[in-house]
Design a protein around this ligand. Structure first.
Ligand code: ADE
Length: 273
């Protein structure tokens, strides 16, 4: 997969040399090219921003440097044999970044990231490239960062670990929280490793039992517990057909009740029975 990142802070992308993404680069699974947007400015101050038309606070990124830099990054990529680019523009006003979108992006051969600073990039840049390729405006959460670079790191890591040959164990993303299908959209419960006792704290007996059926049941119960505490909306949205008898017993213990449409609901003040 080819990744291009256009930024005014190339050093912000240094983490792409480390850990999983760094190894994927070293192995040739990822070809990452970071471009310093200011190289495509031609005034004494290397200006990349200007005041917004219509007034208002903040500054807007000028279209000229973006257009020149993105054109060159695209030309370079095509020359290197890449094809099928997708432009990814991190912005708090984008569509939510989800595991589903990570899976979709991981199937693309080429992602070109356009992280903005200031109030954003002149709209005409996205409109221009949308005539040539899919342009995804993506938000990594309901908060406002100072710029899109951190979002590029987040999206890249989520996508890179899905590429064939990047994770050591081919199955290790199959039961991630949010992996489509796996735990029917439950959060993963707690995990433990050696030593068996740490600061007076032991391991749940069931995990030492060697009884695979009981361990799977316990993990699922813990997933229900955690999802109830942190993301009750995931259970409210779930298709109740995904829940077996044991699931329903656990849901009942956690205060969930089937509603008239079969979906589960819970009084937020409910306590474990
Ligand atoms: N840039 C600033 N805030 C952001 C967010 N929440 N997601 C993606 N890009 C952003």
């Amino acid at each position: 997969m080819r990744l291009d990142v256009v930024t005014i802070f190339p050093e912000y992308l240094e983490p792409l040399n480390v850990s999983l993404v760094g190894k994927a680069r070293a192995r040739g699974v990822l070809d990452v090219q970071v471009h310093d947007l200011r190289r495509w400015t031609y005034d004494r101050h290397s200006t990349v921003d200007d005041t917004p038309y219509g007034g208002g606070p903040g500054m807007v990124m000028k279209p000229d440097p973006w257009g020149a830099c993105v054109d060159e990054a695209l030309a370079d990529g095509y020359e290197a044999g890449a094809h099928g680019p997708v432009m990814v523009v991190p912005t708090p006003s984008g569509r939510p970044f989800t595991q589903e979108l990570a899976v979709e992006l991981s199937a693309r051969p080429w992602l070109l990231f356009a992280p903005a600073r200031y109030e954003g990039i002149d709209r005409r840049v996205m409109d221009e490239y949308a005539t040539r390729m899919p342009v995804y405006e993506v938000s990594i959460g309901d908060y406002v960062l100072a710029g899109g670079e951190a979002a590029v790191l987040v999206i890249t890591e989520a996508v890179a670990r899905l590429l064939p040959g990047v994770l050591g164990n081919a199955e290790s993303h199959q039961d991630d929280s949010f992996a489509p299908g796996a735990m029917a959209d439950l959060l993963e419960g707690p995990v433990y490793t050696k030593p068996p006792e740490w600061r007076g704290r032991g391991i749940p007996d069931v995990l030492l039992s060697g009884h695979h059926g009981k361990i799977a049941r316990w993990r699922r119960d813990e997933a229900f517990r955690r999802t109830t505490a942190h993301r009750p909306d995931l259970i409210e949205r779930s298709d109740p057909a995904a829940f077996d008898k044991k699931d329903r017993e656990m849901l009942s213990i956690l205060g969930w009740r089937p509603g008239p449409d079969g979906r589960f609901w819970r009084d937020p003040g409910a306590v474990e029975q």
